[in-house]
Design a binder for this molecule. Structure first.
Ligand code: AMP
Length: 380
């Protein structure tokens, strides 16, 4: 095992959005240098970095050159080719390893990996041809969701199928590209576990949190989730198995469904800090970003313990529709924390920032944070 990478060293990030920005804050706090690589200038992460390098994600040579200037490289953007991560690995330490990115960046590959490792998921079939689609519909039935295998996020590239007769049209609408046909899960709630694994194999997690989505985008996270102990134990156990089997060094989020029968089914993996873990900045001894920094630098993980129940509400660009949100009204709310990501253009659905509230219970925190968000909206 390589020696720990200590404060004073430079951490590199491929990708420059809010996840990189919050990692940069943790890195600066602990005295690390931070360099980001992305096609964008003055990006959310670049605003806080020591160095912002502009380059394309498919420019293998430029990524390798960037890698050679940092002591460890991680990523927040997932659609980076194996050729690029391989080239980076020959120039510096890449954590988590390129195989983690390769496994999780393509939905069919990820689902097949989960199935091969005995991790419960919704019934699924990979669709590459019209015949595959026909047999998927016959085997799994409806309702179902057809999801593109690549480049899908926040519900993009998905079609719900209620009637077998429309499956062909749905596949056409998705461009007849490789897809995963998935049985629709009648879930009681969606939960996630943000967990970390150190270079020595130690495991730590930020508990089981409940996620409510609006239009396929995370809206509110409540931490902890109001689920029975056995469900929470099952969710954490699955996360641990996944991080260990994938040999993750870093942070990985596991998104899951809890069914009416209390079963826990894995939906998706994200090999990095996750929106549903943002509450940890204000509510935990150690945030998901500090944990990521520690893991990739080969330090021991720190205490992820949560001080009080908490809830996080996303601030999407839609909130800007009536003009700049009324920030002054937040100033009077001493228990609600504002995080803005430094994005200039507030487009609908774009994640511009989030709020976190702490309270006596998760439900009270969720009520508080959504009420605070409503105060921000200016009427048109
Ligand atoms: P995904 O892009 O796979 O994370 O899906 C986005 C959202 O769509 C999830 O958070 C769920 O709310 C919903 N969804 C995805 N897959 C299923 C499924 N198999 N059954 C029910 N709802 C789903």
């Amino acid at each position: 095992m390589s020696a720990p990478i200590l404060p004073g060293a430079t951490v590199g990030v491929l990708g420059s959005g809010q996840l990189g920005r919050m990692l940069a804050i943790a890195a600066r706090q602990m005295g690390y240098g931070i360099a980001v690589y992305s096609p964008d200038r003055a990006s959310p992460a670049g605003q806080l970095a020591d160095r912002e390098v502009i380059g394309a994600y498919d420019d293998v040579g430029a990524i390798a050159a960037f890698a050679s200037t940092v002591d460890v490289l991680t990523f927040e953007f997932e659609n980076i080719s194996s050729a690029a991560t391989d080239a980076a690995s020959s120039a510096t330490l890449v954590r988590p390893g390129g195989w983690v990115l390769h496994t999780t960046q393509q939905r069919a590959r990820e689902k097949q990996w989960l199935a091969a490792h005995g991790i419960p998921t919704a019934p699924f079939a990979v669709v590459r041809t019209p015949a595959d689609l026909q047999s998927a519909v016959a085997a799994i039935g409806t309702p179902a969701i057809l999801k593109t295998a690549s480049f899908g996020y926040d519900g993009k590239g998905q079609r719900r199928i209620d009637d077998p007769g429309v499956a062909g049209a749905a596949w056409d609408a998705l461009g007849n590209t490789e897809c995963v046909y998935e049985g629709f899960v009648d879930f009681t709630c969606e939960v996630s576990v943000v967990a970390a694994r150190s270079a020595r194999g130690a495991f730590a997690h930020h508990g089981v949190v409940e996620n409510v989505h609006a239009q396929h985008i995370l809206d509110v996270t409540t931490a902890p989730a109001a689920v029975p102990h056995n469900v929470a134990d099952e969710a954490v156990g699955l996360a641990r198995r996944i991080l260990e089997a994938l040999d993750v060094v870093g942070v990985l989020c596991v998104e899951m469904f809890v069914t009416r029968e209390g079963r826990v089914l894995v939906n998706e993996l994200a090999p990095r800090p996750h929106n549903s873990g943002h509450f940890s900045i204000d509510a935990c001894v150690t945030s998901q970003f500090e944990q990521q920094l520690r893991a990739i630098c080969g330090l021991d993980l720190a205490d992820p313990g949560q001080h009080r129940p908490a809830a996080m509400a996303n601030l999407l660009g839609d909130l800007w529709e009536g003009g700049e949100p009324d920030w002054a009204r937040l100033a009077g709310l001493g228990d609600v924390k504002l995080h803005l990501y430094g994005k200039r253009d507030a487009r609908p659905g774009r994640k511009m920032g989030h709020l976190t509230a702490l309270a006596e219970t998760g439900a009270a925190a969720a009520a508080r944070v959504t009420a605070a968000r409503a105060l921000l909206r200016r009427s048109r």
